[in-house]
Ligand binder design. Structure first.
Ligand SMILES: [Zn+2]
Length: 477
């Protein structure tokens, strides 16, 4: 008796639910499949199905970096001096094509391979070569302006220690392995990070990409010591703390466009998108894919927008207004993930700028669908390679700046030194390996090579020895 009553109640509930669902589903489905356009369509449905066109903004959104650029614009390099081509005397044995004069009072300062530099041997048997500028008649070491300059440590030791840092060993661990003081390692890291940042600025510009994925990952810094704070508490705390690593990557070439650390705010989103816009070639408007963070919409609109005269709606309306609108080619979609108890429940896509068809067209060239899977893989790689970002690691980096330095090193190491497995190119003929190994069939490729920024895999030693010129050099000289 009781079970029967219960059954009827259940059936009633099911019927009511079915009615509700039908009522909710039917009109929209009917509208989509109905071939008869003569049917009058209720305006409510139109509004819910069609994405509302972006109305435009009256003011450009605020970006601190853009205003900084407007306040003090970049100083253009001084006029280039005449190229020195006369090669009197003995032909030069040592290649000095990578070098420039560092003397601030010299007309030839900062101009790479301008014919004014010659090699002058190793003074007092030291490891570094001395170079000579024929314009100002001054001598300088080939390590001028690199992290090796003025350091007494053996060059190999510095390269290995920096390599260990780049591979994800913490500062204290590196100090133990190389039997030096942790503060010495920190000082090396600071010098290397400055160099790495300049290196990235020198090579990463005018990049052409079709897609950019952006993401933020939280960094558990010294706030979380092993066992002291639970992960849940840490997450709660971190939603207010300034420790989020922001990453922008091109999923095609795997190039890491920018990496930065800060809080999860609009100001930070603006800063990251500004950096991405700086790296891209003028006029390059890629497809952007991000998570559901709203701040990206404003930041993308700021850096990929323009003023538009909106046409008046009626023949005798008010005068048309100027509105800040996204540029016509801008494509932007969000991948919104819903998790419950750390499990992924649902993934939804939200097209913000452009059309779904246009976005799918860009992705179809690679056989992809809308996703942010690749950047999530990179996030894992960052956790493995940057000790301060990885979980439950306590390092000397207790403040934001320390992490920023490790990230600057990782930025260069990832782009220029680490061949990416998915980028390797098949060799036309497999090369026999020396020794007993199997024949070499693949040409390793780094993201920077795939993006056309460099032609070879850089060693860390090469990166650290590269003297970054103070301004961009004219191409093909
Ligand atoms: Zn000079």
């Amino acid at each position: 008796m009781v079970s029967e009553l219960f059954f009827y109640q259940l059936a009633l509930i099911a019927l009511v639910w079915l009615c509700c669902m039908l009522h909710w589903v039917w009109p929209s489905d009917g509208g989509a499949t109905s071939p008869t356009p003569s049917q009058p369509t209720p305006p409510l449905r139109m509004r819910s199905r069609e994405p509302k066109p972006f109305p435009g903004l009256i003011h450009t959104p605020h970006c601190a970096a853009c205003e900084q650029v407007a306040q003090d614009p970049e100083v253009p390099p001084p006029p280039a001096p005449p190229l020195i081509t006369s090669r009197r005397g003995r032909p030069r044995q040592v290649d000095t094509a990578q070098h420039f004069c560092p003397n601030a009072n010299c007309d030839y300062r900062g101009w790479v391979d301008w014919g004014n530099i010659s090699a002058n041997g190793h003074p007092s048997g030291g490891p570094w070569r001395q170079l000579y500028c024929s314009a100002c008649e001054r001598y300088f070491l080939e390590t001028h302006g690199t992290p090796f300059h003025g350091k007494r440590v053996a060059p190999e030791k510095l390269v290995w220690a920096v390599g260990a840092l780049a591979e994800g060993l913490g500062i204290r661990a590196v100090a133990r392995v190389f039997e030096v003081d942790p503060n010495t390692v920190l000082a090396w890291l600071v010098a290397v990070a400055d160099h790495a940042a300049a290196f990235s600025r020198h090579f990463l510009h005018d990049v052409h990409v079709t897609q950019v994925q952006l993401d933020e990952l939280f960094a558990l810094l010294s706030a979380v010591k092993t066992g002291e704070v639970s992960e849940a508490q840490a997450l709660k705390r971190l939603s207010r703390s300034p420790h989020w690593v922001w990453v922008a990557i091109d999923p095609v070439t795997k190039l890491l466009l920018t990496i930065d650390i800060g809080d999860r705010t609009l100001a930070m989103a603006q800063r990251v998108v500004h950096q991405v816009a700086q790296v891209l070639a003028p006029g390059c408007v890629p497809l952007f894919l991000t998570d559901g963070l709203r701040e990206y919409v404003t930041a993308l609109l700021r850096h990929f927008g323009h003023w538009v005269h909106l046409p008046r709606r009626q023949a005798t309306g008010p005068t048309p207004t100027l509105r800040w609108m996204p540029v016509p080619h801008l494509l932007y979609a969000q991948v919104v993930k819903t998790t419950r108890r750390r499990r992924l429940v649902r993934v939804t896509h939200r097209v913000i700028f452009g059309t779904l068809a246009a976005i799918e067209h860009v992705l179809a060239a690679y056989g992809w669908q809308i996703n942010t899977a690749f950047i999530e893989r990179v996030n894992l790689s960052i956790r493995q390679h940057v000790a301060a970002v990885g979980r439950r690691v306590t390092t000397l980096c207790k403040h934001e700046a320390g992490v920023r330095q490790q990230l600057a090193l990782y930025h260069v190491y990832y782009n220029f030194c680490l061949p990416h497995a998915s980028l390797r190119l098949p060799l036309p003929q497999s090369e026999p390996a020396h020794g007993n190994g199997s024949a070499k069939r693949w040409q390793p490729q780094t993201p920077a090579m795939a993006a056309g920024l460099t032609d070879h895999v850089w060693t860390l030693r090469e990166v650290l020895l590269f003297r970054v010129p103070p301004w961009p050099q004219p191409a093909g000289v």
